[in-house]
Design a protein around this ligand. Structure first.
Ligand SMILES: Cc1ncc(C[n+]2csc(CCOP(=O)(O)OP(=O)(O)O)c2C)c(N)n1
Ligand SMILES: [Mg+2]
Length: 741
């Protein structure tokens, strides 16, 4: 940042520049000030160009960074592209330009070109993603980037403490995940004033503070969220006042239309973060000289007088005046610079308009990893049962393990094998107050179902730890971590409480790869305890709802019914390169059904391969999860009593699912039932039934039936619970009727 007198004089520099060469402005040299003006001006004029293109219907959307440019330039100068990490929002055009993105690259996104480096024509303009600069793919839901930035900041710290973990591994996702980190790296995240109303913002502040993360929060306060003014969003109208109580923060409140003052605020904030003292919060007061976007007309809710008042603080005219006043540039120099920018932009627009669009045959590319296919035979291994367990010397066979045991063992084995795995969630640690464990005062908890028991004690508190009671926090941070090469295996305590994380699960985690055109990816594992049949679980500890998640492209959804499958599928989930929702039925955790000996540390089951639990010829039952043992009982009774042989298919994996196995079976039996625990209507079975009707119509001798829960909630009283959830008797009845049809 230091000025050197030997640097060439910028084009059009004033003569007085020679006299004051070497003078700096809060550390910014005169050359940097000229550069700042070039970027700010480029940013604004690029917005103007896009607005024109939109009006000519040559691009399809526009949202500007107008009025916010000085903040972007200040941040870009204070931070290092390709070294620090960036979670900007749509107004950060000037930041991205300052970091090294080009106007041409931005225009490629505006026209939706195949070569658009941010998304390959998949996202709207101003949804920044530049892997080479460490600018991480951004989306449209306001505020989802903030918790991911927390995870990103945590990752840099983790790798600094575990440098070995950053090395490439073999036989799993690590082959395709190069890790770069710096022990003093800083993460930048920005948002608008309106977005401070999102709960995830507060969750992020809390964790950043609690963990003293090197994370700079930047609130770009233009006093409006579309038409809603700041005093409606923020109690008292000033966000700085509300956040002031968070410990370890460095706080700045600054006029964000003044690049020099804003730069100084960034320099102090970044120094605080780099030194490891904690996060920083910069509240930058900016203006919004244009409407929210081209779909908005601000004259409907802002009077002229207010807009004129804002215009007085326009960062372009302010910096222009400053340069003239300080003698950095004369009018001639400014005109020359502006002309250069206009010429460059014209050339960039002309080129971008010629750029070919993506072809429709590419649309499914990068929904999942192109590198590692979890359905492939690479993920198919045989169980290796230790001799001592199979044929012990004392003659007594070791007791087979429960699903809970084998999930715990798989987590342990994988953590041993892969130092990039971190586990967090509510209550998953043995004991957050480590001293109690050290002094052997307590045994430790390790999860409300004890699935993570002993892992903190074995692998340390930076690899297994409790999260706050906030599900978006868990999934958002995991997404940020996975984007940078860690393998978070997080736990949602009850499926019933997954919904606060829904925005992250629906719109972020599974989309990172597709929306960035494979620029980034986030192969995290989210383990969730799901399901009913608990006798007293009631509404809020018994829910299913898996079809909500199988409806999300990009997310693998797994639902094992027995201990061995749980171990094999969880290992595949951890080693694969896609995000996975791993559903664990609470009722099956310790069930006698489906116990198995420990299958060894490399046992894997590929995704999308069903298990034919029982072969049959008369009808096909397609099911999964806790309905599997119930369907098995019903099928056995039916065979005993009526000689009907039902073929029982345990899907094991719901997305992808094993259509081949279903089709082969229905072609043989000509009758099909889809049985699942979730409510009947619009459930997982609807898709399977529709496909059978659509593609196997000629093979059917009877209508496709479904057996599922009633379309209501699971009640507390066991009499009601039994009536609501599908029971063995219901399955038996349906199977018998179908066989007789
Ligand atoms: C979760 C969510 N809700 C609503 C929207 C629609 N929306 C887009 S931008 C915006 C206003 C954002 O205001 P602010 O955070 O102040 O940022 P600014 O646009 O003013 O820079 C809204 C409501 C959205 N994108 N995401
Ligand atoms: Mg705003």
């Amino acid at each position: 940042m230091a000025t050197t007198k030997t640097e060439p004089k910028p084009a059009g520099a004033a003569d007085s520049e020679i006299k004051s060469a070497g003078k700096t402005y809060e550390g910014l040299s005169r050359e940097q000030l000229v550069e700042a003006y070039r970027i700010i001006y480029t940013s604004r004029r690029l917005d103007d160009r896009e607005i024109m293109l939109k009006r000519q219907q040559k691009i399809f959307f526009q949202i500007s960074g107008a009025g916010h440019e000085a903040v972007g330039v200040a941040a870009g100068f204070a931070l290092k592209p390709g070294y620090d990490w960036f979670y900007p929002y749509y107004r950060d055009r000037a930041l991205c330009l300052a970091l090294g993105a080009t106007p041409y690259e931005m225009l490629l996104q505006a026209v939706g070109a195949a070569e658009d480096p941010s998304s390959g024509g998949r996202q709207m303009p101003s949804h920044w993603s530049y892997p080479r600069l460490n600018v991480v793919t951004q989306s449209s839901p306001t505020g989802t980037q903030i918790l991911q930035a927390v995870g990103c900041a945590e990752t840099g710290r983790y790798f600094a403490a575990h440098p070995e973990a950053a090395k490439k591994g073999t036989g799993d996702y690590r082959q395709f995940r190069d890790v770069v980190f710096h022990s003093d790296e800083v993460t930048y995240v920005s948002l608008g004033d309106g977005t401070t109303s999102e709960g995830e913002f507060w969750e992020a502040l809390n964790t950043a503070s609690n963990r003293r993360l090197p994370l700079v929060f930047v609130v770009e306060d233009n006093e409006y969220a579309i038409s809603v003014p700041v005093e409606v969003q923020t109690a008292g109208g000033n966000i700085s006042r509300l956040v002031a109580g968070f410990p370890y923060f460095h706080f700045e409140e600054v006029d964000g239309t003044d690049p020099v003052a804003t730069y100084a605020a960034f320099v102090r904030s970044v120094a605080h973060c780099r030194a490891g003292d904690g996060p920083a919060f910069i509240h930058a007061h900016v203006i919004r000289p244009y409407s929210h976007s081209l779909s908005d007309d601000e004259r409907l809710y802002r009077p002229d007088a207010e807009r004129q008042r804002d215009a007085q603080r326009d960062p372009i005219s302010r910096l222009q005046m400053f340069l003239l006043r300080e003698g950095v540039l004369e009018e001639k120099g400014i005109n020359l610079l502006e002309k250069q920018v206009e010429d460059e932009l014209q050339a960039a627009v002309d080129r971008a308009l010629e750029a070919p669009p993506p072809t429709p045959d590419t649309v499914t590319r990068y929904v999942y990893s192109p590198d590692l296919d979890p359905t492939s035979s690479a993920f198919e291994t045989q169980p290796v049962v230790a001799k001592a367990e199979a044929a012990p010397t004392d003659g007594k066979k070791a007791a087979p393990k429960t699903m809970a045991d084998l999930i715990n063992a798989t987590l342990r084995d994988e953590m041993q094998r892969d130092e990039r795995i971190v586990i967090f969630g509510e209550d998953v640690a043995d004991c957050s107050r480590e001293q109690y464990l050290r002094q052997k005062m307590v045994k430790g908890k390790g999860g409300v179902f004890k699935l993570t028991s002993g892992l903190q004690c074995e692998f340390g508190s930076d690899r297994v730890f409790n999260s706050p009671l906030a599900e978006a926090n868990i999934v958002g941070r995991a997404t940020g971590m996975a984007t940078r090469g860690l393998k978070p295996v997080v736990e949602i305590q009850f499926f019933d409480y997954i919904w606060p994380a829904m925005m992250q699960l629906r719109s972020e985690l599974p989309l990172i790869r597709w929306r960035s055109n494979n620029g980034f990816s986030a192969p995290a594992v989210v383990r969730v305890a799901i399901g009913g049949y608990l006798t007293g679980g009631a509404i809020y500890h018994s829910q299913c709802g898996e079809s909500v998640f199988t409806h999300i492209p990009g997310l693998r959804v797994v639902f094992p019914s027995n201990a061995l499958d749980a171990a094999g599928l969880l290992r595949t989930a951890i080693r694969c390169d896609d995000p996975v929702l791993f559903l664990e039925h609470k009722r099956l955790y310790r069930e006698t059904f489906g116990r198995a000996p420990y299958p060894g540390p490399d046992y894997m089951v590929p995704f999308g391969k069903a298990n034919i639990l029982q072969p049959g010829t008369d009808l096909t039952v397609i099911t999964y999860g806790a309905v599997v043992p119930r369907a098995l009982q019903a099928a056995q009774k039916l065979e005993r009593e009526h000689g009907v042989k039902a073929e029982l298919i345990d899907l094991r994996c719901l997305n992808p699912f094993d259509w081949e196995a279903i089709a082969a079976s229905v072609r043989k039996t000509n009758r099909a039932i889809v049985a699942y625990e979730d409510t009947l209507s619009w459930g997982y079975g609807a898709e399977i039934a529709a496909r059978i009707a659509d593609q196997l119509f000629d093979h059917l001798d009877a209508p496709v039936r479904r057996v599922a829960a009633m379309d209501t909630f699971v009640a507390y009283q066991p009499i009601l619970e039994n009536a609501i959830l599908p029971q063995t008797a219901d399955l038996y009845r349906a199977m018998k009727e179908l066989a007789e049809f």
